[in-house]
Design a binder for this molecule. Sequence first.
Ligand code: SFD
Ligand code: AMP
Length: 631
Amino acid sequence: MANFENVVVETDLLILGGGMSACGAAVEAAYWAKQKGLKVTLVDKAAMDRSGAVAMGLSAINQYVGLKDGKNSIKDYVDYVRNDLMGVTREDLVANIARHVDSTVHLYEKWGLPIWKDEEGNYVHEGRWQLMINGESYKVIVAEAAKNALLQTGVGEIYERVFIVEPLMDGDRIAGAVGFSVRENKFYTFKAKAVMSLMGGAVHVFKPRSTGEGLGRAWYPPWNSGSSAYFTLKAGAEMTCQEVRFIPVRFKDAYGPVGAWFLLFKSRATNAMGGEYMVERRPELENWGPYGRVKPIPANLRNYLGMLDVMEGKGPIFMRTEEAIQKLAEQYKDDEKAYKKKMKELESEAWEDFLDMTISQAILWAASNVQPEERSSEIAAAEPYFIGSHSGASGAWVSGPEDLQTADTKNDYFWGYANMSTVKGLFCAGDASGASSHKFSSGSHAEGRIAAKAAIKFIVENNTMPNVDQAKLDELKATLLKPIDLYEQYKNATTDPEINPNYIKPKMFMFRLQKLMDEYAGGVSAQFTTNKACLERALELLAMLREDAEKLAASNLHELMRCWENTHRMWQAEAHVRTMLFREETRWPGYYFRSDKPKIDEEKWTVFANCKFDPNTGNWEMMTRPIHRIF
Ligand code: SFD
Ligand code: AMP
């Protein structure tokens, strides 16, 4: 077996991930751990300063309720999220985040994040819930506060560049996690009394639009590979909304955000014939129950209207940047100097929107001579992603807060500790927790804080170190390092290390996963459409892929990480396919369309579709859970 040093770490609370929710968790956990004399350990596969979805920065904070201004209420936010997700939402979770998110944003400001202000000193809103920021250093600022909280109080320690693979269990209680360093030959065992799985969502499960020279470019960050879903599934936790993928509409080829254009610049999107799908296709909305009539129109229905144009050959779709900028500057047209100044200001805002968060889009504009004030840019629906925090909903099924439960909900939505999964001591937040969409970066941070506080409470009330069987640990070490051993054993059997009858390299493995998902599970090539027969074929191919996962090979530590990233993606894929098969309707047509069940079925399917993998038997269980209205 490959020679890897064993590093064993014992801690009270183990935070897995270093993204927005983990940074929130670190700040909160440090505060409580100091008082209770507990130790907190945070582990990130990358460097916290620039890890996760916010690595490049962001140009807006998408969740700010603004309770102190009295303009919005918690109910308003819950209504917005419920409608956007076509009725499928856990109101207790959404409300819990909504009532705490403003304080997270105020902390950001205290830590130095520049939030735009108007002349009266009020936050500049992009839309009702969104605030504009100068956010190129957003992640650095939030990570610094988390690091200070853990390290300066003396309660915490941080491991960067350690890739977490597998949960450790003590019966039905979580006991820790194992992983390896991506820089040194070290195998890590973390033993803990409670664990927070905060490792983001998943990208590259489906074949991306960007292939060939563009491979690796995606909207969702390429380094979030489904580790949260894998971790919680393998621990035996119940998962929810696994059928809900998120497909954002983005500037084509470099995935620049559209929110600022639609909301702040009030831009229109038009098709090749100059028609406006949001206007011309309005009657289609009547087919989607009460959700077609709400404002704003749900994200997936907005997508769907545009997709109908493209499917009818009316593409490309253009974001009318030039028109929007001209319109905004129009009011100054009688004053040449003021007009020029306004145009300059709008032009720089347009570039900054991308430079703050999607630098590649600014590079593409520059490289293809686009001046947004002169010329429109193409937009397109991206490939599917798994993200519980934006307008998707996939993640673990977690307990809500006690005080928001009603007589109806308390047996279904509450089991002791806020944000604890159905596995004792395993907590989830951000992209890793499901059915609580539209939390974005700020809500994920707030949810990390909520979950950390509950995890500390769990530790105080269950203050014993779980047992970890040494034989199991030895077995896990051998499994994790097997790709290195396989490569060493067989590398000389061919002249080309990429092609070998005895093993499969992670990149080829990923291509195989992406092709089957693309073709059978409603990817880009299949126009986001699938049906029972396709999904059953996908499951057959996934079963064979799972067999071949045993043959993944790695020539170095980096490839070892790639092997496990792709195994994680494969599990996310299986949970997705099984749940799309289970939900016999089409509820989110702009995310996926089941051609054999083409309509929404409010009577039968206004429920959560949940699934669970049993690590002891290897069986999957599918179940429904009720949707309760609280607000
Ligand atoms: O508008 C392991 N999001 C936006 N939110 C906003 O508030 N405003 C915006 O402007 C946003 N835009 C946006 C957004 C996302 C993306 C991808 C883009 C643009 C391009 C959403 C937020 O970013 C998102 O809600 C939060 O970041 C979610 O937080 P969290 O904690 O669930 O995920 P993370 O921040 O990605 O962190 C994940 C961490 O896990 C680590 N990790 N560590 C160890 N072992 C493993 N196996 C691991 N796997 C992953 C990662 O390194 C990372 O630290 S807009 O365009 O939508
Ligand atoms: P995006 O850039 O698409 O991630 O959007 C940023 C924020 O604006 C998110 O909160 C979106 O839900 C919201 N948003 C984007 N486009 C629209 C739109 N056309 N109508 C309403 N909200 C939108």
